[in-house]
Design a protein around this ligand. Structure first.
Ligand SMILES: [Mn+2]
Length: 344
């Protein structure tokens, strides 16, 4: 829980900022947090999506110097390097929900500082700050596998997108129109960076979820069409992955590097359809295997670490959702070890 006093403080930083610069994680939770706050400050400032790294590193200082903001806002990023903080001479406010780290010189808003088990996503707290655009808050929060208390209100306002009977995040994601919208947003963050930036800019101009889902404006239509290109590619891969039979507890699916990166989305959906299995989705990329692990009960990080011992790779993350990267030559050895560990 982030105390109300801190929420208020964060709100004041935003209200006073004339030219805020936002850095945010490249998943729907990160993007929705950004959209909520950007709309809250009446579109002032600028946003930079941080692609596929967990730390806001020193190299991003260049962006701050280029843009000369009066406030830096960091959203849904697990870490900020101390070097970045030390070289930025305007206030930094950091809203995140990952396991807290120790940093000096930053205004850190993280529910897990006081409640280590609080797993509410960043967009949940961004909504506590803004109290507007309920649809973006519900979208970002459920995308991070959390069913927020305000989803009920969303279901009243948009009954065709979410039924009040649906309460589990996985059911929201795979059996509702809101879930379709979550997928659309995650697809819009893939592919060419120029198109990703255009997509986020257009998302910031959307007044309602129907503008995209029902294509009721030219901008909404553009977003929908762009997402559908990825959806088609995804559906082919998913159908193929669903044909894969598990051996014992492990369901392993592998696809070549020519395709877009969908390992995280596919592993989530495969797990939803095979909740008793541990799934690994692997994608080859320049000699390495990008891995995505999911499980319902088995705790993954320690097992992955053990199976990686002495191999050219690494892996980790949350208890039931991890990522990793591993030299292709070590892949078979790793799988053999990992399989033995989960069958224990
Ligand atoms: Mn998040």
């Amino acid at each position: 829980m982030i105390p109300e006093k801190q929420i208020k403080e964060l709100r004041e930083y935003l209200s006073k900022a004339e030219n805020p610069l936002f850095f945010y994680d490249d998943d729907p939770d990160g993007v929705c947090s950004y959209l909520l706050l950007k709309k809250y400050v009446d579109d002032r400032g600028k946003g930079i999506i941080v692609k596929s790294v967990p730390t806001l590193e020193e190299k991003f200082v260049r962006k701050v110097k280029e843009y000369c903001p009066d406030l830096v806002v960091v959203l849904d990023m697990p870490d900020i390097s101390q070097d970045f903080i030390d070289q930025v001479h305007v206030p930094i406010v950091w809203l995140d929900h990952h396991g807290p780290v120790e940093r000096k010189g930053v205004h850190y808003y993280n529910p897990r500082l006081t409640a280590p088990k609080d797993n509410k996503p960043t967009s949940y707290y961004a909504y506590k700050v803004t109290k507007q655009n309920l649809w973006l808050a519900t979208l970002g929060t459920t995308a991070d596998w959390y069913y927020p208390n305000f989803a009920k209100e969303f279901a009243t306002e948009y009954p065709d997108l979410l039924s009040k009977k649906v309460k589990k995040p996985e059911t929201v994601l795979y059996d509702t129109k809101l879930g379709e919208l979550v997928k659309i947003v995650s697809f819009l963050l893939k592919g060419d960076m120029k198109d990703v930036r255009t997509s986020i800019h257009l998302l910031s101009q959307m007044e309602s979820p129907y503008e995209i889902l029902n294509q009721t404006s030219p901008k909404g239509k553009w977003l929908y069409k762009r997402a559908m290109k990825f959806q088609k590619e995804y559906d082919v891969l998913l159908a193929d992955a669903l044909k894969t039979k598990a051996k014992g507890k492990l369901l392993l699916y592998y696809y070549p590097s020519t395709k877009n990166a969908f390992t995280s989305e596919i592993s989530n959906e495969i797990l939803y359809k095979n909740p008793t299995k541990v799934t690994i989705i692997a994608r080859e990329s320049s000699g390495y295997m990008k891995l995505s692990f999911r499980s319902t009960d088995i705790k993954l990080p320690k097992l992955i670490e053990k199976a990686m011992d002495g191999l050219d790779g690494y892996g980790g993350g949350h208890e039931h959702a991890c990522g990793g990267n591993l030299n292709k030559d070590d892949f078979d050895e790793f799988i053999e070890r990992f399989r033995a560990l989960i069958e224990k």
